[in-house]
Design a protein around this ligand. Structure first.
Ligand SMILES: [Zn+2]
Length: 382
């Protein structure tokens, strides 16, 4: 059997650091890969492992400004202290470190490679866990993101005449990707996230629906804090899946940040691994060639567990409920103690749930009124 699923990875993912006190820890990638291996999910004849390449500057220039790339390259070259707040570089959030440009090009190269595996090599699906830097703008770093891998990969797909739906499940709004495609009808961006009223990046409101030719092609589902799996699943069923079906893209690109999980230290949503598996099953069932990328997630074991389960669903392999015993010593060395792969079911408190449901109903009604008619869709009926 020839491989149908590409796993993009490199041991180089672990060669960089945002600094000891930064919430983003690069060792989440090594941990995820090792957990996949310990679960027996990598060495399958269906799986093609691909060494993650660096993105070419030519591809980066499809979105990023040359002056910004030049600055990134210059700041990256030595250990001197560098900052340029115009470009969002060198603050606590987006630190400058030696090799920064190589790091960002590697992350970006992985998503481009995943897109090529699906588009040119005929893979059913491909996963770049090191992608998902959805806050990067054309000439500004933001939210730990320096280069916007999804935008660069989607531009590559557009060059080949493909139409794309981008779905973003990260707890934060996918603002950089939305902005890049706000005026086109060739890409639909859909983001489910914690309400930006008092939460970074303070955007992603339901009435941000695109402009000009792009009117109706930017979709936002802001959720109130404490929204749980039941709310996420409804958002997918009521809005996201009908729109994917109506738009009928050539490629589906999903950003699967694991910071929607209830134990994430930076966010207030209450999702579990169950929603990651649910969403992955739904994306697979569309039958559309699928590029998946990682994203946020500031509890490294959440990240490793969520993306291992995602990978199992994507490739049609079984995953156990508990962490394999052989993996326990790995996490003990990190000072962690958990034993489960799948989270126990979790429901928000009744008060929180009813608030979240009311807010979701309002959001869905708005989108059903404003957006569904553009695609000849009716509420509750696909
Ligand atoms: Zn996030």
């Amino acid at each position: 059997m020839s491989p149908q699923f590409a796993l993009i990875y490199s041991s180089r993912f672990a060669h960089y650091s945002y600094g000891e006190h930064h919430p983003f820890k690069v060792d989440r990638y090594r941990l995820t890969y090792e957990l996949m291996e310990h679960c027996g999910l990598v060495a399958s004849p269906q799986v093609l492992q691909v060494e993650c390449p660096d993105a070419d500057e030519k591809n980066l220039l499809s979105f990023h400004r040359p002056d910004y790339l030049k600055t990134l390259a210059a700041f990256s070259a030595d250990d001197e202290v560098h900052a340029n707040f115009f470009y969002g570089l060198g603050d606590v959030e987006n630190p400058v470190f030696r090799g920064l440009y190589d790091w960002a090009r590697l992350m970006c190269g992985g998503t481009l490679e995943a897109a090529r595996q699906v588009c040119d090599q005929g893979m059913r699906a491909a996963f770049n866990m090191a992608g998902g830097w959805h806050h990067a703008h054309a000439a500004r770093a933001s939210g730990f993101s320096y280069l916007n891998d999804s935008v660069v990969a989607i531009n590559h797909l557009l060059d080949q005449g493909k139409r794309v739906v981008y779905v973003d499940l990260d707890a934060h709004h996918g603002d950089g990707v939305q902005e890049a495609f706000y005026t086109t009808d060739q890409v639909m961006t859909i983001s489910i996230h914690e309400n930006g009223k008092d939460f970074y990046p303070y955007s992603g409101f339901v009435d941000e629906v695109g402009e000009g030719a792009g009117y109706g092609y930017s979709i936002n589902l802001p959720l109130v804090p404490h929204s749980d799996d039941l709310i996420f699943e409804q958002a997918l069923q009521r809005i996201v899946l009908p729109l994917i079906e109506a738009f009928r893209p050539d490629v589906l690109l999903t950003q699967l940040g694991a910071d929607f999980m209830r134990t994430d230290p930076l966010t207030r949503l209450e999702g579990t691994t169950s929603f990651m598996e649910y969403a992955a099953r739904q994306f697979l069932a569309t039958g559309i060639p699928w590029v998946a990328v990682g994203g946020g997630g500031y509890d490294r074991l959440n990240v490793a567990r969520a993306w291992t389960l995602l990978w199992a669903v994507m490739t049609g392999q079984e995953a156990p409920d508990k962490l394999p015993p052989s993996f326990l010593p790995v996490i003990e060395t990190l000072g962690e103690k958990i034993t489960w792969l799948r989270d126990a079911p979790h429901l928000a408190s009744p008060d929180d749930f009813s608030r979240a449901q009311q807010h979701l109903d309002k959001t869905c009604s708005y989108l059903e009124r404003q957006i569904f008619p553009l695609f000849h869709l009716r509420a509750g009926g696909r």
